[in-house]
Design a protein around this ligand. Structure first.
Ligand code: NAD
Length: 446
């Protein structure tokens, strides 16, 4: 099928490249010319495991990027809207969604034949039918359900594992205003015959995405609250406590063979220095506002956000257990990305901690295998100093903060063995086997 993807960011680019590699003809559209040029030269503007190789295998063949909106819509039969839907500090900001709906509507006015428009961005329930559909009808002077189809197809890929997630989806949610739209979506996703598919209305599709993200955020904040309590009890380690919870056979089922299955969802039942990323925080906040507008208190989700807002500062509290003041303290920050496998620093716990350290005049050296450039964009050039390696970063440090669970940070104990100064290591992800670490603190450990 000829597909246009509007918005070529983390989600749109991965979706477009994967659909092209599965045999569709894809044009990714963006307003940023530099991004489009890079992509057409086989260079992804973002880091994602395996994306470069996959892009290079399809670009110029079944895949291209473009800034010419009109041609891209005219030359395709289905459009996926994949633009950002930020939180504006008050509620979900749909300005890019509205903009794109206007643009598509204008093109539809002069287009012969049926076109299908699918919202793939995360939007609050009702957006597709109450915001996007009326704009499309108004701009095109055509009728939804007759001249064009409208649907909603949320995306569940995880940054860091985005290609694997898209290529082997655990579920595909196809929301459509009518059978014809769902049929078109079925054609798009026929390339994933073994995935579970839910065929539903756009607003249920929208709500599935928010419920899924809100649950994940809730599990993390719950675990962090338990961790913070463990730290206050004394001689209780949250890692051991959560291991006891994980062994409940409703969380880790025992097969007939006697073997136990540990689902990856258990990684959300673990304490750390807080969740980040572009999605969880903004989506939970948007849903709180959406619920409150409908007279619901959303008490659980409000606490989820509050716990998470506080959580990075547990790292500062742990520093202050050992040092009276942060001024002049040499602090090494290991990890800037919100999680390993990505260069995305949006809402990263690491950036919250860096701001707090800067406020108290600590001397910061930071290292991340790939997220330096994105951090410089977020904090400004020269806001902090960066090291080129883990070893360089921790040299001469008073305190090391482990903020992102990059697998290579597991080697810290061996690196620290050679360090005669024995800095304090504060493990924000409980990644380290601390048996031989001289000075160690961890989230959820007193
Ligand atoms: P992003 O900021 O990385 O990318 C958005 C892109 O849209 C940018 O390249 C921007 O230039 C482009 N854009 C904005 N307005 C445009 C317009 N009028 N025409 C063409 N392009 C335009 O955002 P993202 O992380 O890819 O997220 C996009 C949506 O997908 C959000 O709703 C997000 O919640 C959802 N989502 C993201 C992920 C993820 O892992 N990032 C996962 C699932 C769902």
């Amino acid at each position: 099928m000829k597909i246009s993807v509007v918005g070529t960011g983390y989600m749109g680019l991965v979706s477009g490249v994967c659909l092209a590699s599965k045999g569709h003809d894809v044009i990714c559209v963006d307003v940023v010319q530099d991004k489009v040029d890079l992509i057409n030269n086989g260079v992804p503007p973002i880091y994602e495991n395996g994306l470069k190789e996959l892009l290079q295998s399809v670009v110029g063949k079944s895949f291209q990027a473009s800034t010419s909106f009109k041609e891209s819509i005219l030359n395709t039969e289905l459009s996926l809207i994949a633009v950002d839907t930020p939180f504006d500090g008050f509620s979900i900001d749909l300005k890019y969604i509205r903009q794109v709906a206007h643009q598509i509507g204008e093109v539809l006015k002069g287009k012969n034949g049926y076109h299908t428009i699918i919202v793939k961005s995360t939007v609050v329930p009702g957006t597709t039918e109450e915001v996007v559909l009326p704009i499309l009808e108004e701009q095109s002077c055509k009728t939804a359900g007759i001249d064009f189809g409208v649907g909603m197809n949320p995306e569940f890929l995880r940054e860091g594992e985005a290609i694997a997630d898209f290529m082997d989806p655990d579920r595909i949610v196809l929301g459509g205003i009518d059978e014809k739209t769902i049929g078109k979506l079925d054609e798009v996703y026929a390339v994933f015959p073994n995935s579970d598919k839910i065929r539903t209305s756009p607003r249920t599709a929208e709500m599935i995405k928010y419920t899924a993200n809100s649950l994940l955020a809730t599990l993390i904040s719950f675990s962090n609250e338990m961790g913070n309590l463990c730290a206050a009890i004394g001689n209780v380690d949250v890692v051991e406590v959560m291991r006891g919870v994980h062994l409940d056979k409703r969380f880790s089922p025992i097969l007939e063979s006697g073997e136990r299955v540990f689902p990856s969802s258990l990684s959300f039942l673990a304490a750390g220095c807080g969740f980040g990323g572009s999605c969880l925080t903004k989506d939970v906040k948007a849903l709180i506002k959406y619920g409150e507008d409908r007279g619901r208190d959303m008490a659980i989700l409000k606490s989820v956000i509050e716990t998470n807002r506080h959580q990075p500062f547990e790292m500062i509290r742990l520093i202050k257990k050992h040092f009276l003041a942060l001024k002049g303290l040499k602090v090494s920050v290991l990890g800037l990305a919100f999680k390993p496998g990505t260069d995305d620093v949006r809402e990263s716990a690491s950036l919250a901690v860096i701001k707090a350290l800067k406020d108290e005049d600590a001397i910061i050296s930071a290292f991340d295998p790939i997220a330096r450039e994105e951090t410089e964009k977020a904090l400004g050039l020269n806001a902090i100093s960066y090291a080129d390696s883990l070893e360089d970063c921790i040299r001469g440090a008073d305190v090391i903060l482990l903020m992102t669970s990059w697998p290579q940070f597991k080697d810290l104990p061996q690196v620290l063995e050679k360090d005669s100064l024995a800095p304090l290591l504060i493990d924000g992800r409980r990644l380290i086997d601390n048996t031989f670490v001289k000075k160690y603190e961890g989230i959820g450990l007193s």
